[in-house]
Design a protein around this ligand. Structure first.
Ligand code: GLY
Length: 549
């Protein structure tokens, strides 16, 4: 073989991405992905695998995978039926709009994101059993087996995990008396969680009742109340997940199925994509500087709407949704974009945002051989949530209450502000940014994706989609590509290393944009299906892992 042919062969091989033909799972840990694969190989469907992955993440990714948090699932089943499940946490019945304020109406730092008062009523366990009730096809014994095994026998910590556990250990030990976090972690350590093993066995044996109206709920309530919290047995008994219509819209002929309220993800993404459709997209695609500028400005407009309009649809009047997605409205809003310079986000002078938390949540995508597709994003909010872990139960409780607007114009842990529609009310769900998404092309499932990252979830999903649709990137390249993000307020363009070249920096600088580098924006775990080939992308920013057959 001559050298040119050899070169061409190597080039062809390196351009051909691996693909699967039957099923695939992509999640934040190898163990959780393998748990899903095991279920699929036993003949289970994507929904059975979803439960197995979720439980395995609760064991192997305790900073975000959870029993003590909540989440959203978007699905399209083998018959083409779509839906979404809202198992988001709710505010306790004793909560009220000023619960994080002092006598002068000032925010008491930390109360909404650390410790017992930050905990929302967890929805995950109810959500998983709700999925099983509707779609389960193999025994719960089989579905629980991988997570139970992992809790009992442990999983090996990656370098990133051991660092994370060490970083959060002081706060966890300050708030709890737990031996689970009382050592120095290093890569390769086997992390065993006997308490969680017992808890999982009990949930398997007794079902969600034990978590919401039995031994486990009693322990949750006793622990939270002993630490000054307000969650009661009545809160847990009253919790139920909600099947909702997914949020569906069209972009350039693609049908996008994503999460509607109480997540802002679908609406914000739809506003941005629909606005792009109203512009000269060819120009944007062919001019990277114009693309960046346009996206930054559209994100500003949309996040401004988010903070004013959006909240739990069971509590607010949602009459505005059609309006803020209408072409007339979007055209009017785009009039505000100044393409010659940078329009300041507001005349109000906010201080620099202090991001005091990493943006931890976790997403996984599954496709099975029957044609079911599942996108799930689940969260404790911050890393390890409230940092409260009930020693006897072995799982962390969320700090989701901070996703409410605890005071108008007060920045939450992500730097976001919110208004009245997202104020705290008993049993209300806090507004989310989680954006589990499934996209159809020519009536077939084309992409399944989502991301952690608080508000950066929306832009991470958006940019992954646009990388594929605008720039013809493979799903792997699309996920790997550096991301940038604007939240409206604070008026800062966040960017990952490699997002902008010298010319772009000069341009953004000339327009007076404030720039701030972030080590990481989002962690997208995605599947792309084309011509019956299933391509996967596990975000290299983490230890994320894809597998399939
Ligand atoms: N806690 C992050 C979110 O729901 O957006």
């Amino acid at each position: 073989m001559n050298i040119r042919l050899l070169f061409l062969l190597i080039l062809t091989i390196s351009c051909n991405e691996n693909y699967y033909e039957e099923h695939a799972v992509v999640s934040a840990t190898k163990e959780a992905t393998n748990a899903g694969i095991k279920i699929l190989e036993q003949g289970g469907n994507a929904f059975d695998a979803m439960i197995a992955v979720d439980l395995a993440l609760a064991v192997t990714y305790p900073n975000a995978g959870n029993l003590g948090g909540g989440g959203f699932m978007v699905y399209i089943d083998s018959s083409g039926q779509s839906g979404s499940l809202d198992f988001r946490e709710k505010a306790p019945k004793k909560s009220h709009s000023s619960m994080y304020l002092d006598a002068n109406g000032e925010v008491i730092t930390g109360l909404s994101y650390e410790g017992a008062l930050s905990v929302g009523v967890p929805g995950t366990v109810a959500g998983l059993f709700e999925v099983y009730k509707k779609f389960g096809s193999i025994s719960l014994d089989k579905i629980f087996e991988p997570a139970i095994y992992l809790a009992k026998n442990g999983h090996s910590l990656t370098k990133k995990q051991s660092k994370l556990y060490n970083d959060y250990k002081p706060k966890i030990l300050e708030l709890n008396d737990t031996s689970l976090f009382s050592k120095d972690f290093k890569e390769g350590d086997v992390f065993i969680n006997d308490s969680l093993h017992n808890t999982l066995n009990k949930i398997l044996k007794h079902g969600p009742e034990i978590f919401y109206n039995g031994e486990i709920s009693n322990k949750i309530v006793n622990y939270v109340q002993s630490k000054g919290g307000i969650i009661s047995n009545d809160d847990l008994v009253s919790y139920s997940p909600v099947w909702r219509e997914p949020f569906i819209f069209n972009f350039n002929g693609y049908e996008i199925y994503t999460m509607g309220l109480p997540s802002s993800g679908g609406i914000v993404m739809a506003q941005i994509l629909k606005s792009l459709q109203l512009m000269d997209q060819e120009k944007i695609i062919n001019d990277k500087i114009k693309y960046i500028k346009t996206l930054i400005e559209l994100e500003k407009l949309s996040f401004a709407d988010r903070s004013y309009f959006l909240g739990d649809p069971d509590f607010i009047n949602t009459y505005f949704i059609d309006s803020i997605l209408s072409n007339n409205y979007l055209i009017d809003r785009m009039e505000l974009i100044d393409f010659e310079s940078s329009n300041p986000s507001t005349v109000i002078n906010h201080g620099e945002v202090k991001i005091i938390e990493s943006e931890e949540t976790t997403h996984y995508s599954i496709h099975d051989k029957y044609g079911n597709s599942v996108a799930v994003t689940t969260t404790l909010n911050g890393n390890f949530g409230s940092k409260l872990i009930i020693p006897e139960l072995g799982f962390f409780l969320n700090n989701e209450m901070d996703d409410f607007a605890i005071k108008t114009d007060h920045q939450n842990i992500y730097g976001m502000i919110g208004g009245k529609n997202n104020s705290i009310e008993p049993e209300k769900r806090m507004l989310s940014s989680m954006t589990p998404t499934i996209i159809k092309k020519d009536n077939e499932v084309f992409m399944i994706l989502g991301s952690p990252g608080g508000p950066t979830i929306i832009t991470s999903v958006l940019q992954t989609i646009l990388n594929v649709m605008y720039f013809d990137m493979s799903i792997k390249k699309s996920v790997k590509s550096p991301r940038f993000h604007h939240l409206w307020l604070p008026d800062i363009v966040y960017f990952e290393d490699g997002s902008f070249n010298k010319k772009m920096f000069e341009y953004l600088d000339k327009l007076n944009y404030k720039l701030s580098k972030r080590s990481q924006i989002g962690r997208v775990d995605a599947i792309l299906i084309e011509k019956n080939k299933i391509y996967t992308a596990a975000d290299p920013r983490g230890d994320d892992y894809a597998s399939g057959k």
